[in-house]
Design a protein around this ligand. Sequence first.
Ligand code: F0G
Length: 383
Amino acid sequence: MTPKQPFSLHYTGLIDKYRERLPIAPGVPAVSLGEGGTPLVKLHNLIQFLALEIDLYVKYEGANPTGSFKDRGMTVAVTQAVDEGSRAIICASTGNTSAAAAAYAARAGLTAFVIIPEGNIALGKLAQAMMHGAKVIQIKGNFDQGMALVKSLADAAPVTLVNSVNPFRLQGQKTIAFEVVEALGRAPDYHCLPVGNAGNITAHWIGYCEAAGVPGERTTAACAYCKGQCRFVSDRLTEKRPVLLGYQAEGAAPFLSNAFVDNPETVATAIRIGRPQSWESAWTASRESGGWFTGVSDEQILHAQKMLAEKEGIFCEPASAASIAGLLVDLEQGRLIPGSTVVCTVTGHGLKDPDTAISSSAKPMTVAAEEGAVKAIILDNIG
Ligand code: F0G
């Protein structure tokens, strides 16, 4: 038998790590899959390849247990739901929320009902929800219609709504800011992220406000958004807060037109959203941080996704690549101060959407099972 360790290095998820900064009481057992603690990777190759005059990192949320940042929110929302005696959870989703809800419900022994737009979620995400035993309900409509449905259902049926309108979701997702600050020793100058339903940009701002010990307009106890769930502890982790840059796909960009979009369209199905639920708080976060929103085309998204995969070994889904694509547009237009430290949240793993990845990549080469045939290819491609 190995001798008992004086301390344990076993990471058991973000509630155990940040409990004093979260609205989960001591002693309430966390429903966790070990989420959080994701890599902050410096993009040495891209910096060099594109001759960027910034220090650029990605926070790779694809490394979470179900492959997206949603796990941060779901551990807190499901822990709270169990503590309140709930037996079932429900969400509308473009895919990742449903995958996370399904997994955390399985872990907690709850039933998950997930509402998804038929034909418009990536295959991997559908597989996850099905595999974890969620009750998958496809609607002949889009995410925004699904959202309207689950909001009324949560009042009419004994189920806990776990979309990001549930304030416990954002409380979990705010922890990304703590991790970035811990890794860099301070907040970055800019933090870039894709925006869909706009919960995550709100959560980033809540986290940075708390880390800096500064209540944001929306993060005070009186705030209708966090519903009094924010926690301010005495130790400040950083002096300043970053500028938040939000990126949207051009075909689904209500923050660019400052108006809801009825028929959003983009290859980045995760952010195919026209009526963001966190509309007000996202505007507040953006304005208060001194940030802005920028649109990117599907082509720019796919190009950034490919570049990150080929130059850095980081495979993310299309929506996630919007943060890199948008940053490159803003850099091109000279909107960032040279020499800045920039972090992009890369929200989800590329394996979730194999169809898009395959259709935007070179096809495999098929040859006879002979050494000569394979050798010819090696010699042709060795560069
Ligand atoms: N990136 C990915 C991979 C997402 O799945 C989402 C949202 C976002 C970015 C945008 O984050 O909504 O907080 O602004 N996906 C949700 C879902 C809508 O149902 O999985 P947001």
